[in-house]
Design a protein. Sequence first.
Length: 343
Amino acid sequence: MALAATACGSGSGSGNNSPEAKSPAPSASADTQRELLPALTKQQALAAIDRYSQVNNKANADNDRALLDSVEDGPMYAMSVSEFKESEGLTASERKPYKPWAYDTQSAQLYIPRIAPGQPRWFAAALSATPGKAPSRLAVFAEQPQHKQWEMVAAADLYGTDLPKIVLDADGYATAVAANSNKDLAVGADQLREGVLDNFTTGGQNSGKKTFNESKASSLQIKVHDETVTQYGSQGTSTFAGATNRYGDAYALKTTDGGALVFFSHTHTQTDAVTHHGLQLNPGKDDRAWLHDIPRTSIRYEFVCNDAATVPAKAGPSTLVGYTCARTDASGPPVNSASLPSV
């Protein structure tokens, strides 16, 4: 079986591209927000990133879900836990030795918004896992009051040559905007989510091409659709669909063109099925934790993804700048006989 578990194109590693980092210049237009306090100091943000790397390594080495829960939340935690589950389905010889890593705080680009009293506290950062390399991921950290600590809630691999140009005030702090506001932005996070889902479900033929400019990130999502739906030829089908999204939180920062950089998440499914009786889908080793090497007549995969897009202030298309997906579930009816030919 030609598996599509990696079909979403990007995993939860440090990314495949190294966009050129450019520090945004301070903007006088942000000074009106200076009466608000920043979510945290720059030193505290760097300490939160460093703590994340240290604890994440310990949790990953032992698939320690409880420890991971102390530094991750939301879609990021769901994606990481799915990787734990996948690795637990492998045999000892199939598992690759874990290699510790860390985000390079020296090259981190911090986007710390000023937050109104009573509002949730969060910040974003452009990060690299390779010292000396330009950032290749955009990540969001949010304060979890119940834990009294900062946790990563989203991270998207960057695809492009430039970091989004965020408005910074004279003190270097950013301005948060409402991620679902159609008053200040051409489209909100909900419309962006619909456009991304269309990239997967139709190859961007409907809301995808209406919502987004051409970009590498959009092209990769469309490529996933185009290559996956034809993978079995006449013997099987693959279809994508939107799914219930449990992670509706979205975050946005004002950009120098008056628009915003918006972070959001989505969930989609991919369903593979044989076209006629007498064929079967044989799960691969990466599916074992969910499907247990049992042949199926159809398999429904679920993916949780983080996305990032720049949105103009006025009418016009947005640009998808990054995304990361992880398979979080797989299920399907078993066949009656394991001796049937596979697709």
